[in-house]
Design a protein around this ligand. Sequence first.
Ligand code: PHE
Length: 449
Amino acid sequence: MTKPRGEFGSRLGFILAAAGSAVGLGNIWGFPTQAASNGGAAFVLVYLILAFLLAYPVLMAELLIGRHAHGNAVTALTRIASSPISKAIGASTGLMGIVVASLILSFYAIVAGWMLGFTVSYPLNAAGITGVGQWLTAFSAERNVALMVIFMGMTAGIVMAGVHNGIERWSTRLMPSLIVTLVLLALYVLTLDGAMTGLKVYLLPDFSKVLSGDLILAALGSAFFSLSLGVGTMLIYGSYLSDKEDLPSTGAQVALIDVGIAILAGFLIMPSMYVAAERGVEIFDASGALLSEDTLIFTVLPALFDTLGGIGILIATAFFFLMSVAALTSSISMLEVPVAFLVERFGWTRRRSALMAGTGIALISTIVIMNFDALFGLVIAVTTRFGQPLGGLLMCVYAGWIWQRNSLLGELRKSNPDAANTFFWRVWPLYVRVVCPVIIGVIFVRSVL
Ligand code: PHE
């Protein structure tokens, strides 16, 4: 506990790392088709509002709690509580976050491994090494385990190097390359026949679709997953942030980048789908909805890339590289949750903690792979539909009800002496006390039923 803690070296480094955590597979394979099927630009607008009205306050709760304690979630939630009972619940909330973050990583690493496999399969096939190339893209337990282990190794390797030399350094390298790749790919695809139809479907606003309660709740759920909330990732990243930085504006920038990249991804995904349709690829499922998620990424888009000729190899490699990068900057933030706890609670070295946590989670992934049909969907549902909302709810309760107001204001004053007179301070406390818990509670009850 007495060892000096890691710290982000700069504000930009923190923003890129936190945005790296937020921007992940969900932004690219979920958001664009969700928007297109549910009112286009109208959905984008509602999503933007919800992200700021409801997900951003929870993000701020995590960042503030983490920075205040400069410690892992268990320590932090215990420290802001004063009674033995609230301390015990705080510690349990932190522990639950560690378990949920690890379980999210256990399925995320499997999917991310597929991304790695597809990335290298294209150059391999082009070089005539088609046996390996095909093995990497065909579903098998051996391939799933091998690629998952490689991806976990990359994740653990970065986390081992530390907050500044690992997480921050790699996020500042990878995030710009992600944005550049995304923009270049979108520009290219927009020149192809059919692209404009896709853009129209993506953006044409239809407000009648957006005003459904179900849809708003679904959008909220994805905003929550997308901002990495409820499991302590943002809390731990906040704990490595210097007291000088103004949290409300830094957090807003992270949320803006996350939503901005989701919207930008639509400019690649939707045109691509309609270019594919123009070339005879099926882009709708039996019920007439746009194909999405894994089918979109591993079936529809590869079919499109195959029709592009020589440049298709380059485009496909760049696309799967983009997906791998998005996954890696998210997975390091997930692994950091158990690692920070092991380092701070048991005094283990970062190396040993990352090795042990990485190995443990890889074992869980292996069990999931061996029982794929029974476990894969189950782990996703349990963690994202129950674990994250419950964790987010408890974070709000701790920030809004348990943490003393003066101490909370003191945390904000560290970077802004005038914090008591800001718009943030006038509005946010009410949000975390009442609005967020009620809405998250509604989502949670609906998920359970
Ligand atoms: N935000 C990541 C994504 O959109 C997922 C994530 C969830 C990351 C929870 C960390 C913690 O893919």
